[in-house]
Design a protein around this ligand. Sequence first.
Ligand code: PEP
Ligand code: MG
Length: 544
Amino acid sequence: MTEFSGKSVYKGITIGKVLVLKNKDFQIKRTKVGDAEAEIGRVNDAKDQAKAQLQALYDKAVKEVGEASAAIFEVHQMMLDDDDYLDSIYNMIHTEMVNAEYAVAVTGDNFAEMFANMDDDYMKARSADVKDISERLVRNLSGEGDADLSSMEPSIIVADDLSPSETVQMDKEKILGFVTVHGSTNSHTAILARMMNIPALIGVPMDLEQIHTGMEAVVDGFESKVIFEPDEEVRTAVEGRIKEEQEKAHMLQTLKGKENVTLDGKKVNIYANIGSVGDVGYVLENDAGGIGLFRSEFLYLGRSDFPTEEEQFQAYRQVLQTMAGKKVIIRTLDIGADKQVDYFNLGKEDNPAMGYRAIRICLKQPDIFKTQIRALLRAAVFGNLSIMYPMIIAVEEVKKIYEIVEEVRQELEAKGIPYKMPEQGIMIETPAAVMVSEELAQLVDFFSIGTNDLTQYTLAIDRQNAKLDDFYNPHHTAILRMIKMVTDSAHKYGKWAGICGELGADLELTEEFMKMGLDELSVAPSMVLKLRKAVREMRVTPEA
Ligand code: PEP
Ligand code: MG
């Protein structure tokens, strides 16, 4: 039995089998070999294995998501037979007498860079594909096999770190918990863990060489610890606690269908945050009044090319139809910073959180933005849609957005394509937006305060940097004053204001938020009923 402490991201407890995900970079070492032909044989075996894996993935995807979306696995099979790619690998092994893993990884990087620098958009997009197939070959060569996370057994994921695009590809039903060596409590992977309602620990100082797939482990988010190979005594105690938690969750179920109203009659909308169409199930299961933040950028992650207008339209329509007239606020693309997508070719930046991201990309590359807006306006016909724009710093940006949206509307009108104009709001997540919130309130329909970024930009603390977790204080008076100021600005012009950052779910602040007059709190689905319970037990006006 070995025990480690870390930082808890979601308070829950679980027991189950471990699946170790190894960091690809840390495995690829350059070693000299004596027999080049033997290495080439290994490459060919790994290639055959990869083609069989891709065929299985293709068959599965055709059944689950249709032929068009499955086609990528066929493309990958063809790329594995590309002569230029293979010759480059064979040649490197022969001339440098190096191991197959190294030759594949370097060739993969070279080809990916070559594609990325091409002018043709289609060829640019192949850059991510060549990386994908090279990583698959390396995994096969190192005996790790297919890390196809969608077909795994229910497991506790143990990794060095996880990116949002890795997390988003996982079959959430099969993840019992996360334990990572790195990561920060405010990262998007942490947010995903909270949304999925699973115990998660980050910053765990474990040696991944000592931990193996198939080991048993307990993840205890309450005590912030993970125990590998627990003994009988620990297992029994943990099983008892899992049962207690289930009973508490059962009690919360009795609040379904009840209003979010304080003892003295003050009401608030409690909505849920989601990242994919599949998350709508959690929203309904937890009886949220609507969706206050659909992070649409997750539709763009974990793929090798832009989602088409049609793919986006189908996703948005499905969410709107499933929510059956309840409010659905879809945030436009917020890519960049920690949410990196190869095919956007954003390039390396020294300071990505303050860099080319979110609405800045949309305003500079309006074609990408217009595709999304077209899909949104068309989908709006099918339910109660609001659109929300991220990372706004100025009134001029909103005016520019409105011009682009109007262009799209006119195009749809001219072509006779059915559409509806949704409510339009903005995220308040920069200090600049707070300071000009009165001006902004006159332009938009609502404000949704993104406290995750607002805290990072106000306190000058990178939300991704685990070293700063102790300094990252979203309860800072500066943040609370800003929230009050934004709420007052909205109300002054008859608009509503909510919070969709993680702070909205902070039960220590719920009473204060109710007193400030916030109209909406949008939280992880797993927090909806806990928040409802807190609201129903409090009084916000002094008794007469
Ligand atoms: C925020 O910044 O608070 C927010 C809700 O957006 P994200 O966490 O996706 O950046
Ligand atoms: Mg944000």
